[in-house]
Design a protein around this ligand. Sequence first.
Ligand code: PMP
Length: 448
Amino acid sequence: MSLAVSKQSNLFYQSGSRRPLLDKASGIYLWDISGKRYLDGSSGAMVSNIGHSNPNVLAAMQRQMQRATFGYRLHVENEPAEQLASAIAQRMPPKLDRVFFVSGGSEAVESSIKLARQYAIASGQAQRFKIISRFPSYHGSTLGALALTGMSLMSAPFAPMLCDMPKIAAPTTYLDTDNLSEQQRGLRYARLLREEILRQGPETVLAFIMEPVGGASTGALVAPDSYYQEIRRICDEFGVLLIADEVMSGLGRTGRWLAMEHWQVCADIVALSKGFGAGYMPLGAMVARRDLVEAVLGNGGFVHGHTYAGNPLACAAGLAVLEEIERLNLLQAAQQQGARLRAELDGLLHRYPFVGHVRGKGLLLAFELVAERATMEPLPAALNAHTRLVDIAFEKGLIIYSRRTRGGRLGDHFMVCPPLIISDPQIDELMEMLHASLDQFSHEIGMS
Ligand code: PMP
C-alpha cells in the first residue's frame, strides 16, 4: 500500500514559488519531468562535484543497503564509518587526523564551535568563548552557525535570539581604490583580526572562522596570498583556534583536498560537507587536531552529537565518492578545467561592460555584475539581477547560482561551479548558454 498524495502540494521552501519537478540526473545534466534538460552549472549548491548518478557510487550504496542502512552509534560502530574516517584523515594535513561525522555543513560548523569551546574548558581557558568571523560570510542556517554568519538577510529575523559574535571585514580587496599592492592589502585585512582580538580582550577569544575561498556569500572571494599566513600567525600569537569552513571549498572543488593547502596553512579544525556526500547522501564532517580532541575526550568527553551521524549508508557513499575523486583524477581536473573555464569567464569582461569582476580558485568560480566597472558600483537592487539572470539562464537550460549580498559592498554575483567531471565541449556548451543569457539580460537592462 502506498501513502496517498494530494494534488495540492504540502511541501514548502523559502519563497513558496514552485520549481520544475526533477525526473532524473546523470553526469553534469538534470532533466525535469517534461523532458527538458539542464546543464548543472553550479553542481546544485556546489555539491555534485563528481556528477550525478555515478555508477560506482550507486553500486557501493546498493551493496551497503543490502547489509545495513542504520546502526545507532552508541550501540554499534560500522565499517564504512571507520574506513571513511581513515580515508579522510590520510588526505588531510598530518596534524588533522580526528574525524567526527555529521550530516551537513551547518552541523559541521556547530560541531566545530562546540569542540573549540570544550577544548578551551578542558585546557583551563574557560574564559574563551568569542568566535570572530567575517562579514560577509556564510556558515550555516542553525542558530550557532548563523551567529557566525555575516549575512544580515539570513540572520536579521533571528537577531534577538543569536549570540552577538564579533565580525571583521572579509578581504574584498578588488573593491579597494588605495595605492597599496594586493599583498599589502591582504596584510591590512588580516590585521583587522589582530585589532579585533585586542579590542575583545585576547583572553576571551576562542576562535576565528573563515571560508578560505568564499562561497555564495562573497561569490568565490579569494584573498591575496599574504592574508592566509598572516591570519595563521595572528591566531598563534594569541592562542586563538583557526577554524576553516571548507564546507564548499573542501574535497577537491578548488583543486586540492583543502583550499587552505594552496597557502600551506593548516587550520586547527576544518568543517566539511557538500562535495563529501556529493549529492548521494547527506554527509559532513568536522576534522580536528588530535590534541584538541584528546584533551576534550580526557575531560569527560565531547558533549555533542546528532542521531544520523556516521550512518553506514552515508559513509559508504562518502567512501565511494572519495574513491571516484581519485580514480577520475578530479583534483587535477578541478585545476585544469577550472583554468579553462576561468579563461572563458575572464572573456566576459571584454564582452559585457556590466561584468565587473571574475574570481575564484579551481572550479569554485564566480563573476560579479556592476553598473560601472570603474567604480564597481553595484547594479540597482530594483533590477534584481541576481534572480533575473538566473531565470533567463534556467529558461535556456543552464543552472547557475547567485546572491546579492546586502549590507556589504558586494553586488550581484553568480557562481559558475559545474561538476569537476565537466569536459571541454561541455564547458563550450555552458559558455554558449551563458553568453546567450547575458546577451538577453543586457538587452533587457538596455546595456547591449
Ligand atoms: N558553510 C559554508 C561555507 C557553506 O557554503 C554552507 C552551505 N552553503 C554551509 C556552511 C551550511 O551547509 P548546510 O546547508 O549543508 O547546512
